[in-house]
Design a protein around this ligand. Structure first.
Ligand code: NAP
Length: 516
């Protein structure tokens, strides 16, 4: 297939008045579509359920973004059965044909880009630039995995002994259950599902209960792009109601999950148990939480370090698995960096992200709001709060101000994933101690070092215990195909989304040898 070389999708230029106008128009059009209902999609049919999930705007929780089906075990069973039946034909469909469908899905997303951004604003509470980066990432996944499948379709060269031919190639696995979080509802759902689909598997997609409308739109796009009926089912439902069923079922071949450590570990445990009629060891691809640290040493450019700490900590209100939630500062620059961080964080504009100038939107949900409020209360008892206030009444939107705590390394707020705009600042006497604090976590997702000291950078290159380590820049916003993403330790199963090793996780490698 003659494709142009892969390139990341460009971001919008929000300084251009015409671009801002397009976004306002999309917000108005999508605003007129709020409150609609979205059934499940199973075998190409719209399936209604007895219950429903009501998805609300986190900036204004009384506003209903949409209502979706609420799957029970009955619909989960239907979806697994349909996927099992559809797998045979799809697994034999030419890889080029599967790749073309992904490329078409990317083209549809490009055409519907502003509409998708508007859904992200209403349902995800995302500021414009965050929504834009996320939809660009979804498009990148489709484009990149299509090309990756073309690279892998004929297998990989291995040696043969004289008189024989050895062939090493990949084949699809079966039915994959794709379980997505709410924080990148377009990108992560699209990324996990497209990797599973392009490699020839049938999938059951379960979006988060907090972003099921965005999930429904992703499902519509896959349908429109030509994913055949049954190969992809869309199954909105509560994880607590259908999650275990989908994971435990004997028809499930693999689970592709992104979400919290707690849910990921549960999935891993349930998937490991063999049940009657099960004929394989289920594979679990899990991307989980983080407690990501940025280390600033005494040689660093302090202005740029502070700016990037603030971007990494408060982008999408800290609700990124890659967000900086610990800044570990060398004692000699501690006061300076702290002052600069506080000054910059104070300047952020918090509010409903329908407005162009908002940098910090709401948290996604009331449970998330309560959880973060609980950590803020705990932090007040553990250290000094140098920025932020007590969260107000959630009825007016789940807003929490950017918050900074000065704490010791063992404070709860410095150890547990909060997933909100709460940054812990920790003092280290030297670079050794800073690195040891950064590594002292069960997680190992992202991390960063700000330094001009070559020796420090080279040490961190070897010793920083994280799947994605960044020097002298932000630690969020990994680009597909450029910064393959995924963590170590309790941050997941060591997979790297958007990287060259990702697609093989969704396939079986087979060796066939013929003697002549
Ligand atoms: P979550 O609560 O673990 O939920 C993730 C998904 O799992 C949701 O679809 C959820 O459904 C479902 N689920 C819940 N219980 C389940 C069960 N027993 N079996 C199967 N599925 C179940 O996580 P979240 O709050 O949506 O997302 C935030 C977390 O994701 C953070 O920890 C963040 O660090 C992590 N994350 C990691 C990455 C990465 O690449 N490493 C990227 C993004 C986010 P419901 O919505 O119905 O509960």
């Amino acid at each position: 297939m003659g494709l142009v070389p892969y390139e990341n999708e460009k971001y919008q230029d929000w300084s251009d008045a015409k671009v801002r106008e397009k976004m306002r128009a999309a917000l108005s059009t999508v605003g007129g579509r709020l409150g609609r209902s979205y059934p499940a999609i199973i075998g190409g049919k719209r399936v209604e359920t007895d219950g429903e999930i009501v998805s609300v705007d986190p900036s204004e929780p009384s506003r209903v973004v949409g209502r979706t089906a609420r799957a029970t075990e009955r619909e989960a069973d239907m979806a697994l059965e349909t996927a099992t039946n559809a797998f045979g034909t799809w697994s034999r469909t030419a890889p080029e044909a599967r790749a073309r469908i992904m490329l078409r899905a990317a083209a549809i997303m490009r055409r519907r880009k502003f509409e998708l951004l508007a859904w992200e604003v209403y349902e995800g509470g995302k500021p414009w630039s965050e929504a834009d980066a996320q939809v660009a990432e979804a498009i990148d996944f489709l484009e990149y995995y299509a090309r990756e499948m073309l690279r892998l379709k004929d297998g990989i060269e291995v040696y043969s002994v004289p008189g024989e031919e050895s062939r090493y190639s990949y084949m699809p696995m079966g039915v994959g259950v794709v379980i997505a979080p709410w924080n990148f509802p377009t990108a992560i759902l699209t990324g996990m599902a497209s990797a599973a689909l392009v490699t020839g598997n049938a999938v059951v997609m379960k979006p988060s209960e907090f972003t099921p409308v965005t999930g429904a739109i992703v499902a519509e796009i896959f349908e429109e792009a030509g994913v055949p009926d049954g190969v992809m089912s869309f199954l909105p439902g509560y994880g607590s109601e259908v999650g275990d069923y989908l994971v435990e079922d004997a028809r499930t071949r693999f689970i592709s999950f992104t979400g919290s450590m707690r849910t990921g570990l549960r999935i891993n445990e349930l998937a490991a148990r063999q049940i009657p009629r099960q004929r394989w060891i289920k594979r679990v691809i899990a991307e989980m939480g983080g407690k990501d640290a940025m280390v600033i040493d005494d040689s660093a450019d302090l202005d740029s370090a502070a700016a990037d700490i603030v971007k990494s900590a408060y982008g999408y209100s800290g609700q990124k698995c890659s967000a900086a939630s610990r800044a570990i500062l060398h004692a000699d620059v501690y006061d300076d960096v702290l002052a600069k961080v506080v000054e910059r964080a104070k300047a952020l504009k918090i509010g409903a992200p329908e407005a162009a100038e908002v940098n910090v939107g709401p948290l996604i949900s009331e449970p998330q709001f309560e959880k973060v409020a609980g950590y803020i209360e705990a932090g007040k008892g553990e250290g000094e709060r140098v920025l932020g206030g007590d969260p107000g009444d959630p009825e007016g939107g789940y807003f929490v101000e950017p918050t900074v705590f000065e704490v010791e390394r063992d404070a709860t707020v410095a150890r547990e994933e909060i997933f909100g705009p709460v940054l812990s600042i920790i003092k280290a006497r030297d670079f050794d101690e800073a690195l040891s604090i950064a590594n002292d976590s069960p997680y190992g997702l992202t991390g960063g070092v700000y330094s001009k000291n070559r020796e420090h950078l080279e040490r961190a290159r070897q010793e920083f215990k994280a799947g994605n380590v960044y020097f002298n820049r932000t630690i969020t916003g990994a680009l597909v195909g450029v910064q393959p993403f995924g963590g170590f330790g309790m941050s997941g199963t060591d997979s790297k989304a958007g990287g060259p090793d990702y697609l093989p996780l969704h396939m079986l490698a087979r060796t066939v040898v013929e003697r002549f």
